[in-house]
Design a protein. Structure first.
Length: 446
């Protein structure tokens, strides 16, 4: 079979094999850490914490951490403080000239921005850590705590939680540098996948034992699930091609604008150029309203808290969808430099037919990106809020509903495709068949 032949080819490429093994090893370390309970807590007394994360925002946060949140693990905060820090730094880049300058300095500027993000991550963990410990004191019985001194337990636990988050961040960066795929995204995806079997088994048990639709409804749910996966793949991979022509150089080395050489080429512009990042950013922001409103005891604040803690409610999903659309435009503007694309085309003698090189080309590309980003962002938002529809229409359990679109499924699909494309590029560079494009196997180049 072709898949086995492709796996053999992957094993033949030494660098690719080592990168995959390193990635799997570091992901295994992360999953092992998610099972290590904080010192001073009796793991047998965590039933109340597990029930707290059965649904809602805490259920989603628990899915992002691969169950570490409900295990009171050293990785209970997961990688989310780093995600929050990245959001803050990228938003600050718009308003702070120093960060804008760093962004234009290339690799050296990127390293400084990364360092700023790391320090901000530590600050966020020192804020979230006490909140997590305070929640443990509220939800767990007193017998769960084996350290008598509350100050000693809180101080040590906050330090351990901060260290666990920094270590997870380090694992993600090492995967990105030395492994395959985007490390931070892979950590989130692996955590989500770890909760999928349990969520499906709970739904399966509910449908069969409670006479709640039976096997037929399970099959219908699976069919809908696969359709949503296909729709997500189409969204991630859909592109619009902009035709480009190139002028030939004459004997003096100047471009002849009247003659075109070579076959027509294209600029591929993705319908969803920002990938799953708008989903991750919007989801991180959605934790804020309930947290801020929870600081007040007023009736209005309690109403806001209730509305934004119900991730299957109307107002939560309306705000969530709008944030996804906004962040899609924001992240696309950052990751798709139309000015640089236009300058590169002009220097290489290329131009879009009917459009003048330079500023007009940049404006044209920017206009095209705006046009294709709108339907892409709306489609992304619809898939993201689809779990709310599946819960209300079919009565699917909340844990399983998270995988019908939403943040969980889109992250799984987007990260999987990005990782496969990296593996694919290694195979094609060595003249092997890729994982995506079919063809006949060719001899490897030494």
């Amino acid at each position: 079979m072709k898949i086995f032949e492709t796996l053999k080819n992957i094993w033949k490429i030494e660098e690719l094999k080592n990168r995959i093994l390193l990635t799997l090893g570091l992901l295994l370390v992360y999953r092992f850490g998610a099972q290590v309970v904080l010192p001073g807590i009796d793991s047998a007394e965590l039933a109340n914490l597990s029930s707290q994360t059965d649904g809602g925002l805490l259920g989603l946060l628990n899915a992002f951490t691969g169950g570490a949140f409900s295990n009171a693990s050293v990785f209970a905060l997961g990688i989310m403080p780093y995600i929050s820090a990245s959001i803050v730094v990228q938003l600050m880049t718009i308003a702070i000239p120093y960060l804008q300058k760093l962004q234009k300095e290339g690799e050296s500027g990127r390293k400084k921005i990364t360092q700023i993000t790391r320090w901000l991550t530590i600050g966020i963990t020192l804020v979230q850590g006490p909140g997590y410990i305070y929640n443990l004191y509220n939800i767990l019985p007193s017998s769960a705590f084996m350290i008598d001194s509350s100050f000693t337990f809180v101080a040590s636990s906050v330090i351990i939680l901060a260290t666990g988050c920094i270590f997870a961040m380090w694992l993600g960066e090492k995967i990105t540098d030395k492994g395959i795929g985007n490390g931070i995204s892979l950590l989130i995806m692996v955590g989500i996948i770890a909760t999928l079997p349990q969520a499906f088994l709970q739904e399966f048990d509910s449908r069969l034992t409670e006479s709640n639709g039976g096997l037929i409804l399970i099959l219908i749910e699976l069919a809908i699930w696969f359709l949503i996966i296909l729709a997500s793949i189409m969204l991630v991979r859909a592109i619009r091609k902009i035709p480009v022509q190139y002028a030939r150089k004459n004997a003096s080395g100047k471009f002849e604008k009247s003659a075109f050489g070579g076959a027509r080429q294209f600029i591929p512009l993705r319908l969803n150029a920002s990938g799953v990042m708008p989903i991750i950013f919007a989801q991180a922001i959605m934790f804020i309203p309930a947290a801020v409103a929870g600081l007040s005891d007023s009736e209005a604040a309690q109403g806001v808290t209730a509305a934004f803690q119900d991730m299957f409610g109307l107002w939560y999903n309306v705000v969530f969808a709008l944030l996804i659309i906004v962040f899609t435009y924001f992240y696309t503007a950052i990751t798709v430099p139309t000015n640089k694309m236009a300058d590169d085309l002009k220097r290489s003698g290329g131009f879009i037919p009917g459009i003048r090189p330079g500023t007009e080309t940049s404006e044209y590309l920017d206009r095209i990106m705006s046009q294709i980003t709108l339907p892409g962002s709306i489609f992304l938002a619809l898939i993201a809020v689809f779990p709310a529809f599946i819960v209300s229409l079919m009565g699917v359990q909340q844990g399983w509903a998270l995988f019908f679109g939403g943040t969980s499924l889109l992250i799984m699909v987007g990260v999987s495709i990005d990782t496969i494309e990296q593996v694919n590029s290694y195979l094609l560079n060595r003249h092997y068949d890729g994982l995506i494009k079919s063809g006949k196997n060719r001899k490897a180049v030494a």
